[in-house]
Design a protein around this ligand. Sequence first.
Ligand SMILES: NC(=O)C1=CN([C@@H]2O[C@H](COP(=O)(O)OP(=O)(O)OC[C@H]3O[C@@H](n4cnc5c(N)ncnc54)[C@H](OP(=O)(O)O)[C@@H]3O)[C@@H](O)[C@H]2O)[C@@H](O)CC1
Ligand SMILES: Nc1ncnc2c1ncn2[C@@H]1O[C@H](COP(=O)(O)OP(=O)(O)O)[C@@H](O)[C@H]1O
Length: 308
Amino acid sequence: MSGTDITDIDLQTLRNWPLPMPRFDDDKEVRGHAVVVAGSREMPGAALLAANGVLRAGAGKVTIATAAHTAAHVATALPEARVVALAETPGGGFAAEGIRRLGELAAKADALLIGPGMQDEQASAELVRALLPRYALCKVILDAAALAVLRPPGGASLLADPVDWEHMRFAEPVLLTPHAGEMAHATGMEKKEIEADPRGAAQRAAQRWNAVVALKGALTIIAAPDGKQWQQQGGNVGLAISGSGDTLAGIIAGLAARGASLEQAAAWGVALHAAAGDQLAMRFGTLGYLAREIPAEIPALLRTLAQA
Ligand SMILES: NC(=O)C1=CN([C@@H]2O[C@H](COP(=O)(O)OP(=O)(O)OC[C@H]3O[C@@H](n4cnc5c(N)ncnc54)[C@H](OP(=O)(O)O)[C@@H]3O)[C@@H](O)[C@H]2O)[C@@H](O)CC1
Ligand SMILES: Nc1ncnc2c1ncn2[C@@H]1O[C@H](COP(=O)(O)OP(=O)(O)O)[C@@H](O)[C@H]1O
């Protein structure tokens, strides 16, 4: 699989792939609206981290759909967000009764991010499946617990049951953002197998699932269903912290809401996220900066990269 070309996500690549920019007279709807379905009683902060990423990436509007128990706290912590409260399952996931509301929100959004900090993998998978018909309407990013949709109900895997895997093919490409552990969970492969050949794993998954796959790690591979691949090796180990992936997912959703394609949003997102980690490492040291500090670095980096 590693015989095909892969593009480094460096300054030159980004310069040659400029992000859509707003016109001077655009309003917030035109600047892009992302819906973030995230959080739970145990991990309410994931919704905030992701939504901050959306706004700092330059989108005009963010709506958070999160656990009813924590919605008021989330709304207070991010006054810029509209917050929709969803009923919960006993396992702390989102109950089926909220799906219609989510469908209405998704129909009006430019990008839909599902998964950061969500609990109850089964409920999360059902929620994604129920929203599937809306996929054509906006760009969809699946992260963390939402990746459970990739696991067929019987727990079969690519290796054990390719027929079931085939059924997981998306009608319209979505963006998936697994780390190696989540990829292992979704495919039934060993994590070390994925780490030994991340390009191959990402590319096979992209083609099988009809998805853009951003396989995260110290080396991040982005693979598209048409065989294109990008890689990013940068940032620093300080990014290996709880909530870091939530901010990345939000940044990507914000860029997608602004009009970037899924591939472009993923490539720019991982570059900005890594560069933000480097800025924070210069200021605080490599260890000990917080995921919540990542999004605020993005606007200045966007300005630098856009003008570079
Ligand atoms: N936890 C927290 O305090 C906070 C978490 N937050 C957010 O919550 C979300 C979940 O994060 P997390 O950290 O709870 O789950 P994480 O390790 O990503 O595993 C996810 C999946 O991967 C799998 N998997 C993992 N390793 C594996 C391996 N070696 N080999 C194989 N599989 C492996 C694992 O499968 P399992 O082992 O359960 O079968 C599981 O299904 C995320 O959005 C995060 O940012 C934040 O809000 C802040 C506080
Ligand atoms: N050693 C590392 N060097 C650079 N970046 C890293 C390293 N480890 C992890 N990252 C990046 O940090 C992020 C971690 O995301 P994830 O594992 O989903 O965290 P979480 O689920 O806790 O939010 C990913 O973008 C990944 O590429």
